[in-house]
Ligand binder design. Structure first.
Ligand code: ARG
Length: 594
């Protein structure tokens, strides 16, 4: 794929070919199309512009006779540079490119000496990126779908942050809505019952200690008891009109929910700024009025709707009973993010089930003139698939409940801890509990994250502890071991590799050294692709390939005690550094010894 000028090798090649194209065919606008070669035998990269350009030039005076002539003309105009060592033509007019070894070697040395800052995807410095992710609902279950959103969203944030963007991590918590009426009313009844039984007339912590249970009990009464239903509805009205007693009860529920969410976020090392639906509540009426006044929204069957082309249903911004809902809030939130946050890019991470909702919201915003196709701020919905149990159905526990996330994470961790202890005991080593705990967290939580991120986000995947904790597969555990092994090699050499990096050139004479070096230099491209497609699996794919390239290098190229030790240690360290950058992007803590 193509990419405008940036810090990647592909980007630099694009720049060269952009010049070559404008010199050889100044009258035809053509973006350079540069991609890695499908077959490494042919070259490292290829430029594929000649064929399409030939088509465009057909019929013009002095039109080239064949695409190969176009390719030759482009090549003839390629500026002098130190990247490309060789080019060749293949097929109808592909230009194969072989990179200069010396260029790759210097790029790696430079990375070791100056760090990875220069390898970040370019074009995002100072850009405001709002990522709306995780976003569970108060008093309802935080389920595996929210876990996916949390993991995917966090990785996207990390990649944008590395790229220098000003990232706002927003937790659009479902903390407002009609469900609070029944919860507040049920809590009040519980308190009354307690007083009647001789208890104290005050709020008790236990009222909100099990929110799932509170929700279940309140919902059951709401469905079964007509009188309760009426009171619950009245409670909603009181809450919405700002009654202090109702607000206090609402706040207690939110605070209890927040504590539960925090337990997950702290395990995962994810930070988020809470800005729930309630935040936008005061803005809803104004936004809907604006849409109505502008003629963007119209009344249909009593409801206020935005009809957009190509959609079978409208976006309902106000219900016929006057109530505002999920869509109203999203319109207000979008407006706030554009006008107040001055977002350049707003990204929403939810299950694919909400795709249509976001299509409608985005289309309505375009209709209102808040967004303009092809210019100004961008919006993207990052949809993801389901998490399935081993039985291929929606992931649930044996009791049929949706799985509780904290328990899930704790189990991953304790399984890792058990394995680590076992290994220590088998090796006759002492078990250092603090060290086991640290490694088990990195492995267990890392495994859950990696197993999620490695799938393309839109595919459904099976949640399996056995698979994700497999020492040999494409898992976080395997990669953490691989990294620790490389760190161990460098440690064993007892050399200051960073001092050496400034003076010892990295030799890439062995084909496996060259292959590894080329892959290392492709980190920026993997990250660029991850951003372009909002697809974290671009990073996991890259990381896994890297570990394989390293293994294959290590099998053929002796490091410690070899003549090339100094240079090869630099390749080892460069691999470890790049692996750690990938772990960082994935929110996984690297381990140096396991
Ligand atoms: N709370 C919603 C849910 O659980 C997700 C919110 C996503 N963000 C948004 N701006 N709509 O499905």
């Amino acid at each position: 794929s193509e990419k405008a000028s940036c810090g990647s090798v592909r980007g630099e090649l694009c720049d060269l070919f952009r010049t070559a194209l404008s010199v050889s065919y100044p009258d035809v606008a053509a973006d350079p199309v540069v991609a890695p070669c499908g077959n490494a035998k042919n070259g490292d990269y290829q430029c594929n512009n000649a064929m399409a350009l030939f088509g465009k030039l057909k019929g013009a005076p002095n039109a080239p006779k064949a695409p190969r002539d176009v390719a030759n003309a482009i090549l003839g105009a390629l500026p002098a540079n130190d990247l490309v060592s060789e080019t060749s033509l293949a097929g109808p007019g592909f230009i194969n490119i072989r990179l200069n070894k010396d260029f790759l070697s210097k790029r790696l040395s430079n990375m070791l000496v100056n760090g990875l800052a220069g390898w970040a995807p370019a074009g995002y410095i100072g850009k405001k990126v709002v990522i709306d992710f995780s976003s569970p609902n108060v008093a309802k279950e935080m389920h595996v779908g929210h876990l996916r959103s949390t993991i995917i969203g966090d990785t996207l944030c990390r990649i944008f942050e590395y790229s220098g963007a000003d990232v706002l991590r927003l937790n659009h918590v479902g903390d407002w809505g009609t469900q609070f009426g029944m919860l507040i009313e049920h809590m009040a009844d519980t308190r009354k019952a307690r007083v009647a039984a001789g208890g104290e007339d005050k709020d008790a912590d236990e009222d909100v200690s099990d929110l799932q249970e509170l929700y279940r009990a309140a919902k059951k009464r709401f469905d079964d008891e007509e009188e309760f239903k009426t009171r619950a509805r009245e409670a909603v009205t009181r809450l919405q009109s700002g009654d202090p007693v109702s607000l206090a009860a609402w706040q207690r529920i939110c605070a209890a929910s927040r504590r539960e969410f925090e337990a997950i976020y702290s395990r995962l090392g994810v930070t988020l700024q809470e800005r729930g639906e309630s935040f936008y509540n005061p803005m809803l009426k104004g936004v809907v009025d604006e849409l109505k006044d502008a003629g963007v929204a119209t009344i249909d069957d009593g409801a206020t709707c935005v009809f957009v082309e190509g959609q079978s249903v409208p976006l309902i911004v106000q219900k016929s009973d006057g109530g505002f809902g999920y869509a109203s809030t999203d319109m207000a939130a979008l407006k706030h993010r554009l006008n107040e946050e001055k977002a350049d890019w707003i990204v929403y991470v939810t299950d694919v089930g909400q795709s249509q909702h976001f299509e409608l919201v985005f289309a309505a915003a375009k209709k209102a003139g808040w967004l303009v196709e092809g210019s100004g701020p961008k919006v993207s919905h990052v949809g993801f698939g389901l998490v399935l149990g081993e039985d291929g159905k929606r992931f649930r526990t044996r009791s049929g409940d949706l799985v509780r996330l904290v328990e899930l994470l704790d189990e991953a961790k304790s399984r890792c801890a058990a394995t680590l202890r076992e290994r220590r005991v088998e090796a006759g080593e002492e078990v250092n509990e603090a060290e086991v705990e640290e490694a088990a967290c990195a492995m267990g939580y890392g495994a859950v994250k990696y197993a999620d991120l490695k799938n393309h986000r839109t595919t459904n995947y099976k949640f399996s502890f056995d698979d994700m904790l497999n020492l040999k597969g494409n898992t976080a555990v395997y990669l953490l071991y691989a990294h620790a092994r490389i760190a161990g090699i460098v440690r064993k050499a007892e050399k200051d590799v960073y001092a050496a990096a400034a003076t010892t050139p990295i030799s890439l004479d062995h084909p496996k050294e060259l292959e590894l070096a080329l892959h290392l230099c492709k980190l920026p491209e993997a990250l660029e692709d991850a951003i372009a497609e909002l697809a974290p699996n671009r990073v996991t794919d890259y990381l896994y390939d890297l570990s394989e390239k390293f293994n294959s290098f290590y099998v053929d190229c002796k490091v410690l005690g070899s003549e090339q030790e100094a240079s090869r240690l630099l390749l080892c360290e460069a691999t470890a550094v790049v692996m750690r950058k990938c772990f960082e992007m994935l929110g996984i803590k690297p381990l140096y010894r396991i």
